[in-house]
Design a protein around this ligand. Structure first.
Ligand code: 9MR
Length: 367
């Protein structure tokens, strides 16, 4: 038996082949999210799309967006008869061009409503017709384009009244006809939205209900009841606006994880919908390095808490650059620096933490 000369493949060819075919290390949030089978999104304002760095970062890093204000009554409804879809359409066109999903926010909320609505004197019957027409027209307009809607937002009160329904124009001032009947008015809204787009996922979105507390207990009772009655609800949005105070305790991650677990156990999806982590900032808007590092840990742990549950299917930040965030304007600029990119679109430690968490999560069946 003759042995021919052994063919030796040079090491440089082997390495080239290895690097060409080995799984590439994701270098954007979007790639990392794709790996773990989750959506990574952010809230967006149309005026900023014309800024090249804003648009490029948005398209490169995210596979989902949500109009921050453009789908609220204040913007959509200049008067009782008309609808102005112009701003939201721009955002949805951007999403389509960049292969991104769109979340819709929000149909029933007590804020950002037009003056003609709040200052008008409508009967419950008139309000009910207005709200039904609004929900059906808006959801219908975006049928097949908006995959998930925050049907209702922040319907539960806060502070001493946490866990009780908030008094609003839609509930009992004068309400759409179900005043004092608990969440019946919300159930009607979910049904209207479902009629307009049976494929859209319908969410209830809330602030300060991330941990197990009075508010999240009340929401849990409501959605369990909705499931029993056959009200079409698919998910819960936990906003996750966190504030890091120097010296204060961090969020209770174990409680957040148990809360996600109990809602997903009802067969609901969970989306983290509005995450930001505000820090103390100096007069130039800068936070300390130590705070930026701790902020990164919070982003990582929240992402891990979501990724640990197959039913937690999206993580979204409320904006992505510190250049544009609602925090500054609501804190007289003593707080800020809440997002994963700084004001010059440079990634912060929070960005690396989020990407690492997404990248190291195991793809989970069912997500
Ligand atoms: O980021 C939004 C900001 O531009 C608006 O001025 C503000 C008005 O209330 O609403 C902000 O978004 C809110 C979201 O719609 C619901 N959850 C809380 C968000 C931050 O206030």
């Amino acid at each position: 038996m003759s042995h021919g000369p052994k063919t030796r493949i040079p090491i440089w060819i082997l390495s080239a082949v290895y690097f060409a075919f080995a799984a590439p290390v994701p270098d954007t949030l979007r790639e990392a999210a794709h790996h773990s089978g989750i959506f990574i999104g952010t809230a967006v304002r149309p005026a900023q799309l014309s800024e090249p760095a804003y648009a490029a970062t948005l398209a490169r890093e995210f596979n989902m967006l949500e109009p921050e204000d453009a789908l609220k009554w204040e913007v959509l409804r200049p008067d009782p008869q008309s609808f102005d879809f112009h701003q939201a359409d721009q955002l949805i066109d951007f999403a389509t061009r960049h292969n991104m999903k769109v979340r819709g926010h929000t149909l029933v909320w007590h804020r950002q409503t037009p003056v003609w609505l709040t200052a008008g004197s409508f009967t419950p019957d008139q309000l009910s017709k207005l709200l039904e027409a609004h929900i059906k027209t808006v959801v219908g307009h975006y049928r097949g384009k908006i995959f998930a809607w925050d049907v209702a937002n922040e319907a539960f009160d806060e502070g001493n009244r946490a866990g009780q329904l908030r008094s609003t124009i839609w509930y009992d001032q004068p309400g759409i006809g179900d005043a004092q009947q608990g969440s019946a008015y919300l159930a009607r809204c979910f049904r209207w939205a479902h009629d307009a787009d049976p494929q859209a996922l319908l969410f209830y979105n809330e602030a300060e209900a991330e941990e197990i507390n009075r508010k999240s207990d009340a929401i849990y009772a409501m959605v369990r009841d909705f499931k029993r009655q056959g009200v079409p609800i698919d998910g819960i949005g936990f906003q996750m606006h966190l504030a890091m105070q120097t010296g204060a305790a961090p969020p209770d991650f174990a409680s957040i994880s148990s809360n996600i677990a109990r809602f997903t156990a009802l067969g609901l999806q969970v989306h983290i919908t509005e995450m930001d982590v505000s820090l103390s900032v100096d007069a130039n808007g800068n936070a300390s390095n130590a705070d930026l590092q701790q902020q990164a840990t919070i982003y990582r742990q929240i992402a891990q808490a979501c990724l640990a549950h197959p039913g937690c299917t999206a993580i979204q930040t409320w904006g992505f650059t510190d250049k544009y965030s609602w925090i500054g304007s609501h804190s007289r600029k003593t707080r800020g620096a809440a997002l994963p990119f700084d004001r010059n679109y440079q990634p912060k430690p929070a960005y690396e933490a989020l990407r690492d968490a997404l990248e190291s999560a195991h793809p989970v069946a069912g997500r």
